[in-house]
Design a protein around this ligand. Structure first.
Ligand code: PGA
Length: 250
């Protein structure tokens, strides 16, 4: 049985003090929930205060990106060890906004994923097609390629990753994939994982859905056999709506 995991991707929102306040609100709402793993992913500048706010609670801390090198002349970048030292345990890798606006490729997703795993962080690796790719009949090819190339060469560590299927056309648009549409792609990703490893590993890996998930649709989405939680953007910025999604996964 896979344990559900709901993560908030705050994107470029909230100052450090706002982050601490939001986490206090989330903690109150989700205290005692053990059936769902809860993760918040604030911006880098919030992480220290966010770690203090999360301490001793059932809310885990994630970052939104990580560089693949351990240290050196990489102005503006953040290493896995730096995240780990702050108490971060998860990191989002390959979000579609990074692919779209910041030149992220399957190759760099793969490097970041390996660096995260080597440091003992759990990567949340994002895959998903654009609307043009879906309309052009390319969804399957794109999702399989991103999954295979993003996760290539991980060996036994493959079992430690979390995957987020986020159709780009559903992110921040209010347009959610239907539960059946999402389930179809989640099953495709799981079959692809079985090709990369074996059926047992593929069955143990958690695959989140992301893209306009909200309290009203979370229960039905997470009720699908291969949907193991959510990666939440907009609805994660308020304690009540984020908690309502988490409770829908219990
Ligand atoms: P959204 O974002 O929930 O606002 O659509 C999800 C994401 O980008 O991770």
């Amino acid at each position: 049985m896979r344990k559900k995991i709901v993560a908030g991707n705050w994107k470029m929102n909230k100052t450090a003090s706002e982050a601490a306040a939001l986490i206090q609100g989330i903690k109150k709402e989700v205290a005692g929930i053990a059936k769902v793993d809860v993760v918040v992913c604030p911006p880098f500048t919030d992480l220290k205060d966010a770690a203090a706010a999360c301490a001793g609670s059932n809310v885990a801390l994630g970052a939104q990106n990580v560089h693949w090198e351990a240290s050196g002349a990489f102005t503006g970048e953040i290493s896995a060890a730096m995240l780990k030292d702050l108490g971060v345990t998860y990191v989002i890798v390959g979000h579609s906004e990074r692919r779209q606006y910041f030149g992220e490729t399957d190759e760099t997703v793969n490097k970041r994923t390996k660096a995260a795993l080597a440091a003992g962080l759990t990567p949340i690796v994002c895959v998903g097609e654009t609307l043009a790719e879906r309309d052009g009949g390319m969804m399957e090819e794109v999702v399989v390629r991103q999954t295979k190339e993003g996760l290539s060469g991980l060996g036994d560590d493959l079992a430690k990753v979390v995957i987020a299927y986020e159709p780009v056309w559903a992110i921040g648009t209010g347009r959610t994939a239907s539960p059946a549409q999402a389930q179809e792609v989640h099953a495709l990703i799981r079959r692809t994982l079985a090709e990369l490893s074996n059926g047992d590993v593929a069955n143990s890996i958690r695959i989140q859905y992301g893209g306009s998930m909200k309290p009203e649709n979370a229960g039905e989405l997470m009720g699908q056999p291969d949907i193991d939680g959510g990666l939440i953007g907009g609805a994660a910025l308020k304690a009540e709506s984020f908690a309502a999604i988490i409770k829908a996964g219990v």
